[in-house]
Design a protein around this ligand. Structure first.
Ligand code: C2E
Ligand code: MG
Ligand code: MG
Length: 739
């Protein structure tokens, strides 16, 4: 009674309990297994946490659910095996419902752990919350599991040890989450060792919590287990151990395989994106210089124009169109490898002048553009363009050779010079103006410049149609033997009578055809038509020699000689009756490329004539290397013959050298009897010009020839000379009177 009324002191109560407590016992093998399972479960958990971070939400969810089950089962198995390692001198069994509930608690805890670990940012606050939830969950699992041991009288708990077990659970959870956070920042290889160490620590912590929790429990003498007939026994522990290890093992293997697969996918994705980048480089970069190509440049231009529009008024966009002046001869004389070197050097110089944000692109063979966003006004751009010109005029040193490749630069500024989508066309037009002015300079765009560009564009469309519809014609201009006055042949000259524009000069449309790639078709047509006409004349008993004009672009095309040969054969015309006129500058500029074509023409029996001699810069000594038969003195010299002693001296010198080289000389553009007289006196071989005949349609030529035949040269020229003399005298007289 005293004991009941007063209540015993706590120490005495403990003493009594100890005396009456049941002696508990642990199976060491099962304890070891439980610690191992805890470690394995921890290892698997850490591995799973990596998967749950997958970018694919469905994959992450699947791993979250499966992972929670596997991990929860692992933790629970550890606890259950740990429980079974414990024995009392009475028969023990575990109630199925509470045991199942403890499993649910373990799975829920794992779910919380994975959810926290999978967050992109694992902050200290998250770790604190997560570890409180996890610790609580583990305790719940443990103590529910203990409750599954349905004992009567109930377990006597040591409060301090229960608190210690809860603390261990929370601290272990916090450690697990922290370790996981650290794992993110270490390399894959290091990560595995870390993961192992962390798993061991966690395993020990979880086991520590369990066995501390167990130590908190004491069992009174006479205790009976009301669930003794339920779950229990060594075979059950074997099943639980086997199943949990299998489950954890399978999860780990799947997790590792998934990781590998994902690594491979990541690597594949990386190489795919690298391949994409390379493809992009191929599509958008100029392989030689590494600069953006035309495609990329146009994209950037579009983007820059868009930005400017969005930014509102005030901004400017400038385009510098750069075209090298002397690249072709350099490329031809030094070879393509050195030519490439030149192009690269030019690219480097342009890059050097560009500021950050500017675009330098190579948009054609020797064409570059520099696009400057937020540029200054046009006059400021002119100064910048002058710097470009000066920079590109600096001598280049390639293969121990020093030379200069100057550049023509056209500048156009938006909005000063018009819409952004016209920038390129305007800068191009300005560049052409710089070229026409002699090159090596810059020209600022001004309205009107592109009218010619626009005109050229519409002209090329119409010319294309004219070629297709056969609307072109050849007219023929006779060449006269300067000694006998006989007609030695004719020159075929293209004529285009435009329905609205009227006659368009070949001096206008041939360059258009060359620029827009129509010269191939046009040149072929001329060859066919001239041969056809020669065939027609031959059938009529007239053997007329015809000279055709060849463009440089025709010389560059494969198979020119074969084409001419076939045309001649088709019409059964002797090749010696055909002469090919090639402008001096063309013939000389690119001797390396032209010579083989000349040789081929010579091989099929067609002769060559050097047209417009005196307009190029070639030295007379070059002539030696050309397999030509004829040389035509440009009409500008002929025009000045009567008035200028220099012109006479030049013509005389040309005649001397040409004759020494075995070339016959034709004077073009002979318009007056005076010119004719001088040319004959100087020993010119043939004469061509309005004095004798203008170019005429083929149909008129037979009549003209018939009219001329038998006419003596003197008969033809003397009356004209007398008339010219009379007009000149009259003019002099009236001038005297006026004075
Ligand atoms: P070219 O080959 O030097 O032709 C001579 C040019 O001088 C022709 O001009 C002719 O009409 C003109 N002419 C002839 N005699 C006189 C004269 O006494 N006084 C003056 N002022 N001019 C005279 P056209 O027909 O306008 O041809 C101009 C150029 O166009 C030709 O110069 C030639 O380079 C080119 N061309 C003409 N036809 C063809 C062709 O079929 N193919 C190619 N590639 N070019 C052609
Ligand atoms: Mg000609
Ligand atoms: Mg000519």
């Amino acid at each position: 009674m005293w004991l009941v009324r007063q209540g015993p002191p706590a120490a005495a109560l403990a003493e009594i309990r100890h005396l009456i407590a049941l002696e508990s016992h642990y199976e060491p093998a099962l304890v070891t297994v439980s610690v191992l399972i805890a470690t394995l479960a921890s290892f698997v958990s850490l591995d799973l946490a990596k998967r749950v971070r997958s970018a694919d939400r469905r994959v992450a969810l699947a791993w979250g659910v499966c992972g929670s089950i596997a991990m929860g089962s692992g933790i629970w198995a550890m606890h259950f095996v740990g429980m079974m390692a414990f024995s009392l001198p009475i028969e023990l069994g575990y109630g199925a419902t509470l045991t199942a509930l403890s499993w649910v608690a373990a799975v829920a805890v794992s779910g919380v752990a994975l959810a926290v670990a999978s967050r992109r940012r694992v902050t200290p606050a998250r770790i604190a919350l997560g570890s409180a939830l996890m610790g609580g969950g583990i305790c719940a699992m443990h103590y529910i599991g203990m409750a599954a041991l349905d004992l009567a009288p109930g377990i006597v708990w040591n409060g301090a040890l229960v608190a210690a077990s809860a603390l261990i659970a929370v601290v272990a959870s916090a450690a697990a989450l922290t370790i996981f956070r650290l794992l993110r920042s270490v390399s894959e290889r290091q990560g595995l060792a870390w993961q192992g160490a962390a798993a061991l620590a966690m395993g020990l912590a979880i086991s520590g919590m369990h066995y501390t929790g167990m130590a908190a429990a004491s069992f009174s003498q006479g205790t009976v287990c009301r669930s003794a007939g339920a779950l229990g026994g060594s075979s059950l522990s074997a099943i639980v151990i086997g199943a949990s290890v299998l489950m954890l093992g399978l999860t780990l293997v799947t997790s590792i395989l998934d990781g590998r697969l994902r690594d491979r996918t990541t690597r594949l994705a990386a190489s795919l994106s690298q391949a994409n980048a390379e493809l992009e480089t191929l599509a958008f970069r100029d392989a030689l210089t590494g600069l953006p190509n035309r495609l990329l440049f146009e994209n950037r231009l579009l983007a820059a124009a868009g930005r400017l529009e969005r930014a509102g008024a005030g901004g400017r966009l400038a385009l510098f169109f750069v075209d090298l002046d002397g690249f072709k001869p350099v490329n031809d004389s030094l070879g393509h490898t050195q030519g490439d070197e030149v192009l690269r050097e030019v690219a480097a110089r342009l890059r050097g002048l560009a500021r950050e944000g500017d675009t330098v692109a190579r948009i054609g063979g020797d064409e570059y553009v520099l696009m400057v966003e937020a540029s200054g006004p046009p006059e400021q751009c002119r100064a910048q363009a002058q710097r470009l010109v000066a920079e590109l005029a600096r001598p280049l040193r390639i293969a121990d050779l020093e030379f200069v490749v100057s550049a023509s630069v056209g500048v156009s500024v938006h909005p000063d010079h018009g819409a952004a989508d016209k920038l390129l066309a305007h800068a191009d037009a300005a560049m052409y103006a710089a070229k026409r002015a002699g090159g090596g300079r810059c020209v600022l765009y001004h309205p009107g410049m592109d009218e010619s560009a626009f005109d050229q564009l519409s002209l090329q469309t119409e010319l294309r149609q004219a070629i297709e519809q056969g609307a072109l014609e050849l007219h023929y201009q006779p060449k006269i033997d300067a000694r006998s006055g006989a007609t030695v042949g004719v020159e075929a000259l293209l004529r285009w009578h435009h329905p609205e524009r009227g006659p368009v000069s070949p001096a206008v449309f041939v360059p258009v055809a060359e620029r827009f790639g129509l010269i191939g078709a046009l040149g072929d047509w001329v060859i066919d038509e001239a041969c056809r006409q020669m065939g027609v004349w031959a059938e009529a008993g007239m053997a007329v020699s015809v000279a055709i004009n060849l463009s440089v672009h025709q010389l560059r095309r494969e198979g020119l000689a074969a084409y001419i040969d076939a045309a001649l054969r088709r019409r059964r015309v002797a090749p010696s009756q055909l002469l090919c006129e090639i402008t001096e500058s063309v013939a000389m500029d690119d001797l390396g490329a032209s010579l083989p074509v000349f040789e081929q023409l010579l091989a099929i029996g067609v002769y060559l004539s050097i047209d417009d001699f005196g307009t190029g810069y070639s030295s007379l000594s070059y002539l030696r290397r050309l397999p030509a038969r004829q040389l035509k003195i440009d009409r500008s010299f002929v025009h000045d013959l009567e008035a200028s002693a220099d012109a006479r001296a030049i013509v005389q010198a040309v005649l001397g050298v040409a004759h020494a080289l075995g070339l016959s000389v034709v004077a073009e553009g002979v318009e007056t009897a005076g010119q004719c007289k001088i040319l004959r006196a100087l020993g010119c071989d043939e004469l061509q010009g309005y004095l004798f005949a203008r170019p005429m349609p083929a149909a008129e030529l037979p009549d003209w020839l018939a009219l001329r035949s038998g006419q003596r040269f003197a008969d033809e020229i003397e009356p004209v000379l007398a008339e010219e003399q009379r007009v000149a005298d009259e003019a002099a007289r009236s001038a005297e009177n006026a004075a």
